[in-house]
Design a protein around this ligand. Structure first.
Ligand code: PDD
Length: 320
């Protein structure tokens, strides 16, 4: 159980109700760049300056990538679909059997960090990481009572507007990940390697292919439009159940667009009328080129545009 009444600020007891932030003069120099700003983060019950937030070299995430995470978007300082992200975080925690009974206060921690860091107006990202804690390196779980490491940080976010507007190119890559991609674990090396391979090959991103199926992006879900039907991979152990994916399916229903949750074969990609990726950071980003070949005439399609427009409306109404 995380108990916010015990939080301390840089070693001093700190009221959770004191509103600090850039606009309140807490961070005085407005001319500092993002990287120079004093950022406040949360680590294991304390609100600290980021540079003072230190974890052990024996942390299980450092040694074994033994941890889970979440990334949540804030629009105008408001976390978007917070409950859904926290529910998925809980599912990840339970899936990997980390001993944290109640992760709900993390939502309050995140909201407070938005204020503390003066991010109540623009775009921001909340990053949450929970690890199995710190203990001498043995593969089995650490001794009972080892406290999980709980980290929450926020950063200003700059969306890639031109990619959302003009679309991106992707390459297809083998899905070399494990078979529990539904769990949001911090072990992202295959995603890192493939995202970099895409960049090295002059593309913007990569789509993982397993057994001939286009599974998902390196950090996003994949949607295709076939005969006017909006198709995405079903929620299985092979994909992350994206929060944005669910929002898009809801928006399709609202727009009267037919949807289907079914595998998209690699061989079908060239026939797709439209293709797009969805995620907390990419929102709805059209894919206009796959492995050097144009998709849907090489420009974002009308259904993608309608969904993007509806998504913007939803975001606008959720920040009011
Ligand atoms: N990743 N699939 C994978 C493998 C992802 O890493 C993500 C998001 C998604 C989309 O999920 P959501 O719509 O809930 O953001 C799908 C985050 C953004 C990241 O790792 O930074």
């Amino acid at each position: 159980m995380l108990d916010l009444s015990h939080v301390v600020m840089n070693g001093r007891p700190h009221s959770p109700f004191v509103e600090l932030g850039r606009e309140n003069g807490y961070i005085e120099n407005e001319n500092l760049t993002d990287s120079e700003l004093i950022m406040i983060v949360y680590l294991n019950g304390e609100f600290l300056e980021k540079e003072n937030a230190l974890i052990s070299v024996e942390d299980r995430a450092f040694l074994f990538a033994d941890g889970v995470y979440e990334v949540i978007r804030c629009y105008g300082g408001r976390p978007f679909r917070l409950e859904e992200h926290l529910r998925r975080l809980d599912e990840s925690i339970r899936a990997v059997r980390i001993d944290l009974s109640d992760s709900r206060p993390i939502g309050e921690v995140a909201k407070r960090l938005i204020v503390e860091n003066g991010l109540t107006k623009g775009d921001a990202l909340i990053y949450i990481e929970i690890t199995r804690g710190s203990a001498p390196r043995v593969h089995i779980f650490p001794p009972k009572g080892t406290k999980p490491t709980v980290y929450v940080g926020v950063v200003e976010f700059h969306p890639k507007h031109s990619q959302m507007e003009n679309g991106i190119s992707v390459i297809l890559v083998p899905d070399i990940r494990w078979t529990r991609c539904d769990v949001k674990v911090v072990g992202l090396l295959p995603n890192v390697l493939m995202a970099q391979r895409a960049l090295d090959e002059g593309a913007d991103d990569a789509i993982f292919v397993r057994d001939g199926v286009a599974i998902e992006g390196t950090a996003s879900n994949v949607f295709g439009v076939f005969g006017g039907v909006v198709v995405t991979h079903p929620k299985t152990n092979l994909t992350l159940a994206g929060v944005t994916r669910d929002v898009v399916l809801e928006l399709c229903i609202k727009l009267g667009l037919p949807t289907r949750e079914a595998p998209i074969m690699e061989s079908q990609l060239s026939e797709a009328e439209e293709l797009f990726l969805t995620s907390t950071t990419m929102e709805i980003t059209p894919v206009v080129e796959v492995d050097g070949r144009a998709v849907g005439g090489g420009k974002p399609g009308p259904i993608t545009r309608r969904i993007q427009k509806e998504f913007r409306e939803l975001v606008r109404s959720s920040r009011d």
